[in-house]
Design a protein around this ligand. Structure first.
Ligand code: ZZB
Length: 259
């Protein structure tokens, strides 16, 4: 899998993270949450960024003043893809639990919402991507239903309702599902919870196919272009601006680990 890894700069840490990081970073440190996405053209629609609350993450030093917040496994993979100064080495400065960073404010490149919150998503897989996930509720059914759940049970999740309850703006127009593909699919398929794994997988598949092959951008500088045309352009612009980089998921790793 060839992902686009986004760089979401921390503006303000949640309190538990602040405590855990005290004294471990230089004054001028820039720390980035690094979600891995297959849909760079949807980055206009980021409303938050997800971590698995029970997953262990770390903060890794990538240069004198830059640090990444990612999973252990992603740090190891990146050490073999030239993201760190020394090949095969990934210097970790701190361990953090996903729940420690919930509420952190990050800057989201390209998004209509400049600053967004880190929120918990129980279904994030530690074994995929960077373990950090961009939340795009307009076009990802998993993200849409998770946001509904977070808004409904904000207290239970230990968040403020308004962190999750943002207006969802249309990014991509499709012939079958209109301009809020995720909402339409979740409603049509009567998906009621983020734990409805099977219908969600089906909805994701439908959303991918429709978005990629039949979608047209209805927001941003590529408005009017097909998703197929816009995707590589958005990706390259993000990379050129220093807001993203390519990250490859080694083939078959998940399979070989479980079997
Ligand atoms: C933004 C986005 C916008 C995404 C969208 C999807 C969609 P795949 O095909 O299974 O590899 N993702 C990335 N890492 C994880 C993880 N560790 N755990 C759970 N989900 C993860 O899926 C790749 C997509 O799954 C990524 O692309 C990311 O969400 C999420 F409009 O980023 B995506 C129809 C999907 N739409």
């Amino acid at each position: 899998q060839e992902y686009t890894a986004m760089k979401l700069k921390v503006e303000e840490w949640a309190e538990p993270a602040q405590k855990a990081l005290a004294g471990k970073l230089p004054e001028n440190a820039k720390v980035y949450f690094v979600p891995a996405t297959l849909r760079p053209e949807t980055m206009y629609g980021q409303t938050s960024c997800f971590v698995g609350p029970k997953i262990t993450y770390g903060v890794w030093k990538v240069s004198d003043d830059e640090y990444y917040f990612i999973s252990e496994r992603a740090a190891r993979n990146m050490s073999f893809q030239g993201m760190f100064p020394k090949w095969g080495e990934s210097p970790k400065v701190a361990d953090l639990q996903g729940s420690d960073v919930v509420g952190t404010i990050v800057n989201a490149p390209l998004s209509v919402y400049k600053n967004i919150r880190i929120l918990p998503m129980e279904t994030v897989k530690a074994s995929k991507g960077t373990g950090v996930v961009s939340c795009v509720p307009s076009d990802s059914p998993d993200d849409y239903i998770t946001i509904l759940d977070l808004v409904k049970k904000a207290d239970y999740y230990g968040i403020k309702k308004e962190w999750a309850d943002l207006e969802i703006l249309p990014i991509i127009e499709t012939p079958t599902y209109g301009n809020l593909t995720a909402k339409k699919l979740v409603e049509d398929m009567k998906i009621a919870s983020p734990k409805d794994t099977k219908p969600l997988a089906e909805a994701k598949d439908l959303a991918y196919k429709e978005g990629f092959y039949k979608g047209t951008m209805c927001y941003g500088e590529h408005k009017g272009k097909s998703v197929e045309q816009a995707k590589p352009l958005v990706r390259q612009a993000l990379i050129d601006a220093g807001d993203a980089f390519n990250y490859a998921e080694p083939d078959g790793e998940v399979m070989s680990r479980s079997g």
